[in-house]
Ligand binder design. Structure first.
Ligand code: S3P
Length: 167
């Protein structure tokens, strides 16, 4: 049965916070992919990137997508790059409803600069990096038909939009 709800989208679009809230409201189990990978590995995403490289992390993501896709009724927050592997979108689609969260570059910058958890943005000019990555990944995010803009919205407002338009 295709009953999972999968929230994807760029870093800082609100996937984890909204996912946690949505799972709570719908009384469903919540899986945050980045957090799950950190627990599995016993180290942070930044440490995994620094010590093993990005492709090792992408393999862990791929394995977790397969595991999640075999389960039901989950609310899932993905990492922002998971759709770079087209097999992941195909498997997510088979397992449930895929929703892409989006927002402005200013909002992304504001949200991600509050922590140092994003190795890809740990650079001299994070704004330029965000713009480059967004341009590179635009087609990948646009491939998701349900888009929900989180700019200026509370977590509950985003949940309302998801519940009213996508479920
Ligand atoms: C990444 C996004 C991060 C995390 C990793 C790579 C990306 O997740 O998976 O740092 O490639 O966009 P968030 O989108 O939850 O920050």
């Amino acid at each position: 049965m295709a009953s999972n709800i999968i929230l994807t989208g760029f870093m800082g679009t609100g996937k984890s916070s909204v996912g946690r809230r949505l799972a709570n409201r719908l009384r469903r189990p919540f899986v945050d992919m980045d957090t799950k990978i950190e627990h599995q590995e016993g180290r942070s995403i930044s440490e995994i990137f620094a010590n093993e490289g990005e492709s090792y992390f992408r393999d862990l993501e791929r394995a977790l997508v397969l595991e999640i896709s075999g389960q039901e009724d989950l609310v899932v927050s993905t990492g922002g790059g998971v759709l770079m592997d087209p097999r992941n979108l195909a498997d997510f689609r088979k397992s449930g409803t895929v929703i892409c969260l989006c927002t402005t570059v200013d909002t992304i910058l504001d949200r991600v600069m509050r922590d140092r958890k994003r190795p890809l943005l740990d650079c001299e000019d994070p704004r330029a990096k965000i713009e480059d990555l967004l341009a590179e990944r635009q087609a990948m995010y646009q491939a998701v038909s349900i888009q929900v803009d989180t700019t200026g919205a509370s977590h509950d407002e985003v949940c309302d939009r998801i519940i009213n338009t996508a479920l």
